[in-house]
Design a protein around this ligand. Sequence first.
Ligand code: MN
Length: 463
Amino acid sequence: MNTPINGSIPDMYVNDVFSLPFTMEEYFSRQKNFHSQLPENSVVIIPSNPFAKRSNDTNFPYRANSYMLYLCGWEYPEAIFVSNNCSGPWNTSIFVQPNDNLAEIWEGRRIGIDNAMKNWPVDDAHSMDKSIEIIKNLLDESKNVFIIQGLNDKLDNLINDSLTQKSRKRNVNGKGPVSIGDPSYIINEMRLIKSQKEIELMQKASDIASQAHINAMSKSKLGDGEWNLQALIEEYFISNKSQCSYGSIVGSGPNATILHYNSNNSPIKDGDLVLIDAGCEIEGYASDITRTWPINGNFSEPQREIYELVLEAELAGINACKVGAPWKSSHYAASEVLAKGLIELGILDCTLEDALGDNYDGPFRNFFMHGTSHSLGLDVHDVGVISPNSEEHGRKLEEGMILTVEPGLYFAEWRTDITVPPRYAGIGIRIEDDILITKDGPVVLTSGCPKTIDEIESLIKER
Ligand SMILES: [Mn+2]
């Protein structure tokens, strides 16, 4: 998605065309599916994300709310998606920034109300200036409000007032909201299963991110700092009209043992591994890849031992991603390989049963502290409940789900709560791929990114 930062120009002014990532039919069918699960006399209110301040009067690059993107593809700031069935059939609308010469001179061209109504998958469009007035009138006619709260204070207050005011209309004529609901749980279930077009976009994001990791492996050199590798990754994203789906993690040596390290400001020492966890976004859809490799092109023996073990665990985790298997299957499969390997390497001195513990919470977790999989989509840690009906091992995997598999082992010698074997001190290794669940077995969307020791070493040696 050509997400505008302050001052960027929407495609329509460059190409004179509107290019939404999905067909109108796909947006309408999402809306219809969502609305069919709501009661009569409902109003749905989905505000887009607010700007995030960077400093004084400058903001971080704008990213629209994922529910907004999912339902109507509106990617621009200061907008609200509103739908209601208070007078029978569902009516949809978006509130958008109106055309405004002065504002557009400074901030960039706006689609405007008429173009929004004609070219986006909604019945009506209105100016944001009218949003409070129009939504207030809708509330008076409604019984149920479904709003994503916490994004727009004015709307949150308006909704709360409509329920708490003593003179509220319901006391006079029986009209007005009686409940506030969260619509996200319905949309989350829908977002969990990807359509063919969503899969295509995520394949594209996976391809670009795979090449970005190859770019870092093949163009880095001894003497580079973590920031140089971050630049090689993100240069590739940007040159492919993509952007980071989260802050890139480039951790060398012991920095790789910090799971969400992202200062990326350390020099990389000869002999260090570097862990890069970086993915990009296409039309709002994320990829998420981690690779770990030696800056000098050669895995040392201890590094190789841990790497082979994490890779074996990752392959076992991917193999477990089958239709009908419980969500946590990949975690169990990866954990069993890691626990067994930690015993074989002499890092754990116990039986496999003891290493795993009663609930996969045994001492192998000293070195593998996170989960193996998360859902992936419009959000990099995508929405969706893992055990919606309290399933012990998680819901069953279904065709069209996309999740990551990302086991790791981390030997942080600075930790005071565990003993780290000197042979492996300072090693942190994670390998992560993006997996599409299909009836024919797992499809690795990020298979373009090398991960065997031979592939990685020969790629780095060619540079
Ligand atoms: Mn991930």
